[in-house]
Design a protein. Sequence first.
Length: 644
Amino acid sequence: MSETLAAKIIREHLVEGEMAALPAPGQEIGLRIDQTLTQDATGTMTYLQFEAMDLPRVRTELSVSYIDHNMLQADFRNADDHRYLQTVAARYGIHFSRPGNGICHQVHLERFGVPGKTLLGADSHTPTSGGLGMLAMGAGGLDVAVAMAGHPFYITMPKVVQVRLVGELAPWASAKDVILELLRRLSVKGGVGRIFEYGGPGIAGLTVPQRATITNMGAELGATASLFPSDEQTRRFLSAQQRESDWQPLAADLDAVYDEVVEIDLAQLEPLVALPHMPDRVVPVHEAAGTLVDQVCIGSCTNSSVVDLETVAAILKGKVIAPSVSLVVSPGSRQALEMIAESGALADLVAAGARILDAGCGPCIGMGQAPASGAASLRSFNRNFQGRSGTADAGIYLASAEVCAASALTGRLTDPRELGDEPTIQMPERFAVDDRMIIPPVNGEDVEIVRGPNIAPLPTRDVLASTLEGAVLLRTGDNITTDDIMPAGAAILPLRSNVPALSRFVFGTIDTTFPERALAAGGGWVIGGENYGQGSSREHAALVPMYLGVKAVIAKSFARIHHANLANVGIVPLTFRDPADWDRIQQGDVLRIADLPGALHSDDDVMVENVTGGWSFPAVASLSPREVEVLLAGGMLNYIKINA
Ligand code: MIC
Ligand code: SF4
């Protein structure tokens, strides 16, 4: 039988065992998870949930806990979280990647990813490891905790899209431009319910770090996963990481049939840029060239490999950045930082005026380096949602490391082709391998888990009442991100293990009165537009509204991870049967579903009564029978306890 690579990996990991034909797209499948990863901002909650399952040790082949997001340590809270994470890792058999060792996705690619395995990460950019031929997916922390406990991970069987690459990249065009081009064509919701599998003659010339830039930003398409075959390039990378024994060749069958095909001629790509405030507002750089740039940030899990940093250093070597520009560089990993230190590229960056940050997420999640009021900040990152940088009226532009370097020199958005010849930086034949900042699992039975005062108990929800009733607390537009629902940044990220404290910031970018109103009303409903909950995997965007009493969200459509997170915490996610009903609902309207269990168990639409308006409308519960039980139990933790 001819199969796509995605189908092969899925078949190998189906919990029901080998099936003659894979379920059709849209049906729920359960997958065995080989590896998990967490980072500190999602990790504290994930491990609190894992602890609540009362197991002696993780049941995966490999689990890694990374510290990369929240490293400002402005007070005791960050450091306390780090200590909690380190002790919890030692207790349960989890590798611990220490602060400064790098961004989870970059380090996982370098040191742990294995072709053909499944990886579930409590971070939306986990598909980065798809660059190595892994089926790597992002999820909420609770789903990752459940996977660490040895339970399957459930997803809706996605469509498999082939992205056929032909030709070769022209000088100054980069892997970033491949994914920006896809975003331009397909939009931030174009990948929902899909796996993007790369193929065609053009992939042979792309190294694993380049592939990882592409699979990383598949998250911005809303895709379930993105993956490349495991071929000679994969072998080269793993061998350069001294891990050739992890390599095996993997590819789709030659006559594999895809649900959809998109073709990109690499030779036609030119440097592209995403304009504020969405990653799909993509235009060629030359169309926006000349825009004044106040800040340039190079790094993030998208473009911070040693090759990216060496390229930037080669462009800047012997020159100095424009007087109006602040340039910051955050290396993706300690490996990359060590290598640019050894090669001298670090000295070139510093001499050119770059400010060097920790190997971590840094400005990407608003942990420092907030731009000035109204500033334009050009970044080699993956997200440019309004306010995420820490400055509400700053405009964030996304482009390749090459465009960033060229623009840092001129102070204006600059097409790097103006610089003349492109420096040719090859992927190293040998990376600097040193895992001493990764603490391997020990026999942890006697390890004491240390909890700081900022780690608050987990909020829980009771079994859902049979009648769901409440007022509409907020009605939003399209493409609301989890950064809107539960903002991050330097002031808020330290509160990630303290839900009551976090709750003061819910919907902070949209309506600062929300938390107060929600508490006063004893909770209620949220009405959303298209692609509600896009962006990060943070379950806090469901957990904290649950704490404030949000009972249901009705949207025109949802992003995958957020939809799952809502059900996992006992908030009912529904979609409008007729999107026009969105217009008829007002903030303050009281909505009611009379018999919730009956409605969710039936195949018919769920009828929602607008008690205030005196009319009813149909909504759709896109939930599997398993998810309905999870929801009615008041969330996944209750469900697991009931079914233990
Ligand atoms: C992000 O890029 O938004 C984050 C911060 O990495 C999130 C995770 C989080 O909110 O902790 C993600 O992408 O899932
Ligand atoms: Fe970190 Fe930014 Fe990557 Fe999220 S997108 S993991 S914040 S570098």
